[in-house]
Design a protein around this ligand. Structure first.
Ligand code: UT7
Length: 352
């Protein structure tokens, strides 16, 4: 039976790249530390007033062009983000309006960096059930809103000055988190594959709320009345807390296990997989997974150097680049894998 497949992709990143050197102006870090520990060289940041739905519009137009599909043919939007334009409503309906296709169902999903394996399963279910025919799947993030510095002009190299000791110390408290994230959007147009046995094969998904404190926003949630207070902001509770080293170990272990297990479940040998499209949180995670599973380096591509970790957008940006440069194409067997806050993690198999 054929499943849902990718018929068009696009991505968009805002503004000019911000280098590691630029971040070293507002906190105690260095290009050398960031590159060695993560593989990241630069990332992009949206401007104040630019939400994920704005980035998603551009990515979606690129994906629709690539697919040769008119916006009016889309009959379902799945919007993955952990940094929505507004607390509510979700960004999906906003994207529909900005594309001129208000009226169709639009769903936000909150699986953070692990969104894409979840989204492929969801999209496949919608198409198989007849609820949708042509789905626009988007991942878009504006992490800038939780960055710990105030001197954006210095970060963007628009001003050259020393930041205050107070601002420097504040940013520094969050440096492990701040250096890995960047903004961006990716879109995919999905339809049922025309090839027998083509498209989505299956997914293996997991969540573990016991480990939610590995990466979460402590404040500004509805456990608190009111949900945003000056005290919470002063205590920097709107900035995510991340247990980086523990998360890194969990990611390596769970992702390696999940890939082995999904291959077993669906009777696919690891060697048959043409490309492993992995979330890009830290290059060390993917290198360790590669070694644990003995994957040849060319089969697990990386683009983290140019974008950092763009959470729900990452897998879509990488998929778009790989399709456009010809690394992946029709008939290829792909394995998507990702872990993110929740914790959520999983893998999905799809034959293009
Ligand atoms: O996408 C969602 C899921 N997220 C992840 O999967 C993230 C996984 N974790 C990571 O990517 C890594 O843990 C980080 C990049 C966040 C941190 O790298 P690490 O190698 O685990 O460093 P660490 O936290 O163990 O810190 C080592 C040292 C510490 O100094 P001391 O105590 O040894 O003196 C840190 O204070 O490096 C220091 N450090 C930094 N130094 C310069 C932490 N962040 C920085 C920094 N620049 N940005």
């Amino acid at each position: 039976m054929s499943g849902v497949t990718i018929i068009g992709t696009g991505h968009y990143v805002p503004g000019e790249p911000v280098t590691n050197h630029a971040l070293a102006r507002v906190m105690d870090t260095s290009d050398e530390w960031i590159q060695t520990r993560t593989g990241i060289q630069q990332r992009y940041f949206a401007r104040d007033g630019q939400g994920p739905s704005d980035l998603a519009v551009e990515a979606s137009k690129n994906a629709l062009d690539d697919a040769g599909v008119a916006a009016s043919e889309i009959d379902y939007i799945i919007f993955a983000t952990m940094t929505p334009d507004h607390f509510f409503p979700g960004s999906g309906p906003l994207l529909g309006a900005k594309l001129g296709i208000s009226g169709i169902p639009a769903l936000d999903i909150r699986q953070q960096c692990a969104a894409m394996p979840y989204a492929f399963q969801l999209a496949n279910g919608l198409v198989q059930s007849g609820a949708a025919e042509t789905i626009l799947l988007v991942g878009a993030e504006v992490h800038s809103g939780f960055m710990p510095w105030t001197d954006w002009d210095v970060v963007r190299s628009e001003a050259e000055r020393e930041v205050t000791a107070e601002a420097y110390e504040r940013a520094n408290r969050h440096r492990g988190l701040a250096i890995i994230f960047g903004d961006g959007a990716a879109a995919m147009v999905l339809r049922k594959s025309g090839a027998p046995d083509g498209g989505f094969i299956g997914a293996e998904l997991h969540s573990d709320g016991d480990s939610f404190d590995h990466l979460y926003v402590p404040g500004c949630g509805f456990r608190s009345i009111p949900y945003v207070t000056p005290e919470a902001l002063a205590a920097e509770e709107h900035i995510p807390q991340m247990r980086g080293p523990s998360l890194l170990k969990k990611a390596v272990k769970t992702l390696s296990q999940t890939v082995k297990s999904i291959c077993e479940t669906y009777g696919v040998s690891q060697d048959e997989i043409d490309c492993f499209i992995a979330h890009q949180a830290n290059d060390r995670i993917n290198q360790a997974v590669r070694q644990a599973l003995r994957i040849p380096p060319e089969k697990i591509p990386s683009n983290i150097a140019r974008y950092g970790n763009t959470s729900a957008a990452t897998i879509g940006i990488l998929t778009d680049e790989l399709r456009r440069d010809g690394t992946i194409g029709e008939g290829d067997l792909l394995c998507f894998l990702a872990l993110g806050a929740g914790l959520n993690w999983g893998a999905a198999l799809l034959r293009l």
